[in-house]
Design a protein around this ligand. Structure first.
Ligand SMILES: [Zn+2]
Ligand SMILES: [Zn+2]
Length: 556
């Protein structure tokens, strides 16, 4: 580990108490903790940091006897600006159309928006979050939301002033004047064109929205012009689909849903950004304070920012394939909100080790200082994804699972699972392996194998060929053969534990006059396609004496 990487002992969990205290200052009956995301393609795991922040605030409030709920808003009424790289949908057909109106190219969901949102939502139980789902396109159909849109149209002058203050605040004088002039006839909402179904036209960078061009508060009639197909006209507000501009849409949803707190990534939470604009709209238009703002830094992958539109995506499901979701919660919770979290998939085994030591400290079966025990007492219950268990479930070491999982093809799953149970029994002094622990074995083997194949280094991957290659047999010296014969005798004797077997390798190498390094290389090359591999004592036990003996005989 290099010096700039966070040390594993470094915890910064005060943020949880600080945020909860700020939320508690609000005097409400039920605390609504909200988050949201536009379903513009495969949604990366960064949003799960936000979902976990919400979940932890809710868990803490409930622990204090308060009523609290989490909400996840799917912003599927947003218009399409670009398509994910792998799609087959033609951009020109669907550009500017709300995600909820675009078909699902995979045919499994009601819309494009549904599909990508569902891909994320299906992982919620695994990550231990259970927000109520709000679909923005449906929210916009409710009388409450239509009423809020009406309020915004009536208060357009106030909103224009806020926009000028917030957006043009840092502009040079000339630019500021230009912006102020352009806002003179501006309305904070666009219309879904009844002819072509678009909210706007143009791709990223040159977007022209189908902005409302006038509103009559007495008749409740809006005028608009479609920039895509030229349709224009007057419509009663209740007969067209209207969407507020982002900086007003957000506070409108806060208001309708009664949001007490919402975390936001640094892009939105920046000073004077859309969050602050939204809070100002909340105060001056909706006459309430708006939610408690909680800013957090992004999650990065392998040192890069993730981006749905650029295809740099690591999804929650990809995580579940290689690591337990509890570990993700742990990484998010132990890090201050102001710090970026860099996911390094190649470090997963170390991180799992670290988390599982922490877990054993919580259950009092691993030595630790009082401070660490206290930390585990506070944090562990917030890391679990299901009910908090009274007793520790013994787990196979992930490192062991990495090696073991790759022998499944050779030995078969039942034999491997039975070997794993044997290891667990010895490690934890168990008479029998409890059913919960048994259930975890196979899941862990699959996870470890996925990790080894996708992110493991060469030394993490084992390949076992059907036969020992000819060139390996030909390269064996007389000393090598003497050593292998001696190992054969060891394997024909009584079964030894991993450590004793390991020391036998050293012992027999010495007797055969072979350097240790050579002895191990010979053993690995006879067993696998490489000169190195997992710890021999446990590896030989895993493969089974019969199989290894047969293998050695085949080269002598
Ligand atoms: Zn689908
Ligand atoms: Zn149109």
């Amino acid at each position: 580990m290099s010096s700039e990487e966070p040390q594993e002992e470094e915890f910064s969990i005060h943020w949880i108490r600080d945020v909860v205290n700020r939320v508690l200052e609000r005097d409400v009956d039920t605390y609504i903790i909200s988050s949201g995301k536009s379903p513009s393609g495969s949604i990366h795991i960064g949003i799960v940091r936000e979902l976990i922040i919400c979940d932890v605030i809710k868990r803490e409030l409930k622990r204090m006897g308060k009523k609290a709920r989490t909400v996840f808003v799917v912003d599927d009424f947003d218009p399409l600006r670009s398509l994910p790289p792998s799609t087959s949908l033609p951009l020109e057909t669907w550009i500017g159309v709300p995600y909820s109106d675009i078909p699902d190219e995979f045919g499994c969901c009601d819309s494009f928006g549904d599909h990508w949102a569902n891909e994320l939502i299906e992982t919620f139980p695994a990550f231990g979050v259970d927000p109520d789902i709000v679909w923005a396109h449906k929210l916009y159909e409710t009388p409450e939301m239509i009423d809020v849109v009406r309020t915004c149209l009536r208060e357009t002058k106030t909103i224009r002033k806020i926009m000028v203050e917030f957006v043009a605040g840092d502009f040079e004088e000339e630019q500021s004047e230009e912006y102020t002039t352009s806002m003179k006839d501006w309305y904070p909402a666009s219309v879904v064109c009844p002819e072509c179904g678009r909210l706007q036209s143009g791709v990223k960078g040159q977007i022209s929205p189908n902005r409302i061009t006038g509103y009559n508060p007495k008749t409740d009639i809006v005028t608009f012009e479609c920039k895509a197909c030229g349709t224009s006209g007057e419509f009663p507000l209740t007969e067209v689909r209207v969407k507020l501009v982002w900086r007003v849409d957000w506070p409108a949803k806060w208001y309708v849903l009664g949001v007490t707190c919402e975390p936001a990534g640094k892009d939105h939470a920046v000073k004077g950004g859309s969050y602050d604009t939204g809070l100002e709209v909340s105060r001056r238009v909706f006459k309430w304070p708006g939610p408690v703002k909680v800013a957090y830094e992004w999650v990065r992958i392998g040192g890069r920012d993730m981006s749905t539109s650029e295809g740099i995506v690591f999804t929650p499901r990809s995580w579940m394939e290689i690591a337990p979701p509890e570990l993700y919660r742990y990484l998010m919770l132990k890090t201050d909100l102001s710090r970026a979290i860099n996911i390094q998939p190649d470090r997963i085994p170390e991180l799992i080790d670290e988390y599982e030591r922490f877990e054993r400290v919580y259950y009092g079966i691993e030595d630790a200082t009082d401070d660490k025990r206290e930390l585990a007492r506070l944090l562990y219950p917030l890391c679990v994804t299901g009910p908090l268990r009274k007793e520790y479930i013994p787990k196979l070491s992930f490192r062991f699972a990495v090696m073991t999982s790759q022998t499944v093809d050779l030995l078969g799953m039942p034999a491997v699972v039975s070997r794993c149970e044997h290891v667990l029994k010895k490690q934890y002094g168990l008479e029998v392996v409890p059913p919960e622990a048994k259930a975890l074995i196979q899941a862990r083997l699959n996870m470890a194998r996925n990790w080894a194949l996708e992110f493991g280094s060469e030394s993490d991957r084992i390949e076992i060929t059907d036969r020992v290659p000819k060139e390996v047999i030909e390269s064996l010296t007389a000393d090598d053969r003497r050593f292998l014969s001696a190992m054969l005798s060891v394997l024909e004797g009584d079964e030894l534990d991993d450590e004793t077997l390991q020391s036998q390798v050293f012992e027999q190498a010495r007797k055969a006059g072979l350097k240790e390094k050579r002895a191990f290389a010979v053993m690995y090359r006879v067993l696998t396609s490489r000169k190195y591999g997992p710890r021999l004592g446990s590896f030989l036990n895993l493969l089974g004496y019969d199989w290894v003996a047969e293998r050695i005989r085949s080269v002598l």
